[in-house]
Design a protein around this ligand. Structure first.
Ligand code: HMH
Length: 714
């Protein structure tokens, strides 16, 4: 799949002149395959240029000194610079093309983007001041200059300029106030493949999806009958990911997963249902799908089928905003949701400030958020230009047009700030609940684990998670307001403890997947790995393995002193002996690749991991803690490299021996032996040791992800 985004690929965009043909193409079915997060990330790992720049080059807008020649700026920097330009040149007005001074330090593309953006900002101000002639002149210039729409900024400027131009015509009475009726549900459905591509590739969509699912899973706890009510189910992809999580729940087998989807089109809801049902069937998951065909307005509780044994959870993904134009209706809806007595309500909304009747504020609220989104789409849908065009041309163009040209209740596209949502929820005594540590941890790792997401930051605002893109003020928020009917506690009675490690791996599955299916490994598996990265890994892992020796030695000592079973020492000794062989192998392999092991400088990530190992060598550290960490360290490598040898892998010949070293069956058996020891010890451990062992498991997984990141060159 990585080749789909190949840099040199000719995109359909260049071949097809009309949007219509793109749309026809895009309606073709695409496979509906939920994927682990890092697999998705891997697909656009090579398209990080814009984002990287966005991160590294944050120009001080007031000065260009010190920049290297012809820099390309990130979208947020362009917006900042354009604002500065406008402030500095208040005298240049009305599309005077000569007055725009190109910055010799910037690339011509960035210069053009800055010029266009300042022209648009100027036009919007002029329009707001009712200087229609001047606004029109500036807008014409924007439209002309952005006609090729090469960059995301140009495309945004074009859409805004066209919309404001239309608004000028409306104000002058040239055209009627356009009835801007837009059926979001229809659009989303008609262009489902594009929406799927978006859901699978956009960082904000990915993080919100995984975080939302984790929050629902945390909310429903160990319930055996789960009823999910989804307002705005769209493709339903998120639930298929949740099903994967539920299918692995051994201690609390699921009796029924019921999803009730609420929407206005029965056909569309049914189609989503068919997909979800067949997915559930393939996983042997007891599943029931119900629909309630209705607007969100006037929903009746008796349209839903409830079972007294079930636990209800509500999900509202990008759905509440559509009711912002009707605040009373929004309140009625929230009251309705509250009356369903859900154990958790997960809400996901875009945070921006477009819910105001003041035109210029709305414009300034919408512009940065749209630029951030287009920049993101440009990077993440690089290999799917058709989809990107559809999302931009169909969805965002309409959104911009609506925000700019419509007024009052016809202005249906609205976004609010987080403070608004918080206050609104508070009216219904719906209060934000803390996201679990594991949810936050996984969300952070998802963001951290890939360079293409450099631009994305996660922040908490109270108990609301904000996923922020690089443009100041543009926030994709994954706001969740959760209400719990009962405190959930992971109950671990005697019978469950026998499988403590399995329970943990399931609980922290996304993180485990992150550590064992990292883009670096997927690159080995599909043959696209950069050998320079592999060599970096080789040199660094040699240093790590050397630090592993004293760790195992200390573990051997602990086992000898503390273990209740003599065979533990044998298993660990086997590992130690293999390490001797391993060090010899590293030396041989390094000379094969021309890596001078003596001169490899340990990277900070590696040093951090080695220091963690060293901390476990202390006699104060319990044997149970050390053996659990040891098992995780070995198991991650086993699972990672075994995956590179499975059927269908295209691991290059030169790397097969490496994969064999950790991916072979013998190593697998040894890992299981370690896991058994860990389970046996954890079964008898105190709550304190149990808690610490779980934290260590998380730490190891994080160190492993970081180790791959380092090797990968992230
Ligand atoms: C970073 C790392 N983790 C685990 C292993 C397994 O031995 C290794 N060699 N290196």
């Amino acid at each position: 799949m990585a080749s789909q985004c190949g840099d040199g690929e000719i995109t359909a965009d260049e071949e097809s002149p009309s949007v219509v043909s793109h749309h026809a193409e895009a309606k073709k079915e695409v496979p509906w395959t939920p994927q682990p997060p890092f697999e998705i990330l891997n697909k656009y790992a090579s398209h990080v240029k814009r984002f990287r720049h966005g991160r590294i080059i944050r120009p001080a807008p007031e000065t260009t000194a010190g920049r290297s020649p012809h820099q390309e700026l990130s979208a947020d920097s362009i917006l900042e610079l354009a604002k500065m330009r406008l402030l500095q040149h208040t005298s240049q007005r009305c599309g005077d093309s000569d007055s725009f001074k190109y910055d010799p330090h910037l690339s011509s593309e960035s210069n053009k983007d800055v010029e266009l953006t300042s022209c648009l900002l100027n036009a919007a101000e002029k329009f707001a001041n009712q200087q229609f002639d001047c606004a029109e002149k500036l807008l014409r210039r924007c439209i002309l200059l952005s006609s090729h729409a090469d960059s995301p900024v140009e495309r945004v400027v074009k859409f805004f300029a066209e919309a404001i131009h239309e608004r000028v015509d409306i104000e002058r009475g040239k055209i009627d106030l356009h009835k801007n009726i837009f059926h979001l549900e229809d659009t989303l459905f008609d262009y489902q493949p594009a929406i799927l591509a978006l859901e699978q590739k956009l960082p904000s969509a990915q993080v919100t999806q995984f975080t939302a699912i984790q929050a629902v899973l945390d909310g429903v706890g160990t319930a055996r009958k789960i009823h999910l009510i989804d307002f705005g189910i769209k493709t339903g992809l998120h639930w298929s990911i949740m099903m994967q999580g539920l299918a692995n729940r051994e201690n609390y087998p699921l009796e029924l997963l019921k999803i009730t989807a609420v929407g206005t089109s029965k056909d569309r809801l049914d189609e989503t249902g068919r997909r979800l049902s067949s997915f559930a069937e393939s996983m042997n998951l007891p599943f029931l799908y119900k629909t309630v065909v209705s607007e969100t307005k006037g929903l009746k509780k008796d349209s839903f089928e409830f079972d007294p044994d079930e636990v209800v959870a509500v999900y509202s993904g990008l759905c509440l905003w559509s009711q912002l134009a009707w605040p009373n209706q929004l309140r009625e809806f929230l009251q309705f949701v509250k009356n369903l007595s859900p154990c958790v309500i997960v809400v996901n909304e875009i945070e921006a400030s477009t819910n105001t009747s003041v035109f210029i504020d709305r414009f300034h609220g919408a512009l940065p958020f749209t630029i951030a989104t287009f920049d993101c789409l440009d990077t993440c849908l690089k290999g799917d230009t058709i989809y990107r065009k559809i999302v931009e041309d169909v969805f965002f163009r309409d959104m911009i047009r609506n925000i700019i040209t419509a007024e009052d209740e016809e202005r249906t596209f609205r976004h609010a700030k987080i403070s608004f949502w918080k206050e609104l929820f508070a009216e219904f005594e719906i209060v934000g609940t803390e996201l679990s540590d594991s949810t936050l941890y996984q969300a952070r790792l998802l963001v951290k684990g890939n360079a293409a997401w450099d631009s994305c930051t996660l922040d908490m605002n109270g108990n609301y998670m904000l996923i922020q893109s690089i443009v100041t003020g543009a926030k994709f928020s994954d706001d969740r307001s959760c209400q719990r009917s009962e405190e959930r506690r992971e109950v671990m009675d005697g019978s469950d403890r026998t499988a403590v490690t399995e329970t943990w791996l399931k609980k922290h599955r996304l993180l485990y997947v992150g550590a064992t299916r990292h883009p670096f490994l997927l690159g080995i598996r599909d043959g696209s790995v950069d050998f320079a990265s592999f060599k970096r890994w080789l040199g660094q892992d040699y240093i790590f393995v050397r630090a592993f020796v004293p760790f195992i030695a200390s573990l051997l000592l602990k086992a000898w002193k503390e273990s209740d079973d003599d065979s533990d020492v044998d298993v660990i000794l086997g590992g130690m002996a293999a390490l001797n062989d391993e060090i010899a192998w590293f030396k041989k392999e390094a000379s094969k690749w021309g890596v001078a092991l003596n001169s490899v400088v340990p990277q900070q990530t590696n040093l951090d991991y080695c220091r963690f190992l060293e901390s476990l060598t202390s006699p104060d550290v319990d044997y149970t803690l050390a053996i659990t960490a040891f098992w995780v360290i070995e198991a991650v490598y086993q699972e990672s490299f075994a995956h590179c040898l499975e059927d269908g892998s295209k691991t290059p010949e030169e790397l097969k021996e490496t994969c064999q070293r950790w991916g072979n069956d013998g190593f697998g058996q040894y890992c299981r032996a370690l896991q058994n020891i860990a389970n046996r010890r954890l079964e008898k451990a105190s709550d304190d040791v149990l808690a610490k062992a779980e934290v260590n498991l998380l730490k190891v997984l994080e160190h492993e992800v970081e180790f791959w990141n380092m090797s990968h060159g992230v």
